[in-house]
Design a protein around this ligand. Structure first.
Ligand code: HEC
Length: 156
């Protein structure tokens, strides 16, 4: 358990924090609380925002943002490197509902505390051991989460 925990921290330090640090520091937006249902799905869009699949595809590539490609294979042929730390996301919308996809992007560690995937939209007040500079921030904004959800929903 200790080992797994330190792996998670390493993942956060290696991937989560640089994602934020490389971006021009946007102002901290108010955290939009979400709730998961008993099937581990977040059926309501964060803040009622509407996602844009084309923007989501860009965010999935951006190493300073979601950095999804670092760990997942995606149908993005123009990018050379596709990681294999996580499962391939080809056809992910056939396996999961929109709410289940949102849950996994927002806080996969709520489902699997040992997951190497950083929680992209966990309540900043609940994050432990975050450098002061990053305190109060989520890795992705609510709009960015919805954009990535919209993109993954096209993967059928
Ligand atoms: C540090 C590596 C890492 C990064 C970065 C990462 N993931 Fe993951 N992801 C994983 C791992 C590992 C799993 C496997 C599930 C687990 O750990 O419990 C996973 C699981 C998932 C799943 C569930 C897939 C399934 O078939 O069960 C989705 C959806 C997902 N990730 C989406 C994303 C998206 C979208 C991004 C970018 C915003 C992203 N991930 C970034 C490592 C990562």
């Amino acid at each position: 358990m200790m080992i797994k925990k330190s792996l998670v921290l390493t993942a956060l330090v290696c991937l989560g924090l640089p994602m934020v640090s490389m971006a021009a520091e946007p102002p901290i937006e108010a955290y939009k609380a979400w709730t998961a249902n008993k099937d581990h799905a977040i059926t309501e869009a964060l803040g009622g925002l509407k996602g844009d699949a084309a923007r989501g595809r860009k965010l999935a590539i951006a190493s300073a943002k979601g950095n999804c490609l670092a760990c997942h294979q995606l149908p993005i042929p123009e990018e050379g490197f596709h990681g294999e730390v996580g499962p391939s996301l080809h056809g992910v919308a056939n396996r999961y509902s929109e709410g289940e996809i949102r849950m996994r992007i927002v806080d996969i560690q709520a489902l699997n505390p040992a997951s190497l995937m950083p929680p992209m939209y966990k309540n900043p007040a609940e994050l432990k051991q975050v450098a002061k500079k990053y305190a109060g921030r989520t890795i992705l904004t609510a709009q960015e989460v919805e954009d990535v959800v919209a993109y993954l929903m096209t993967l059928k």
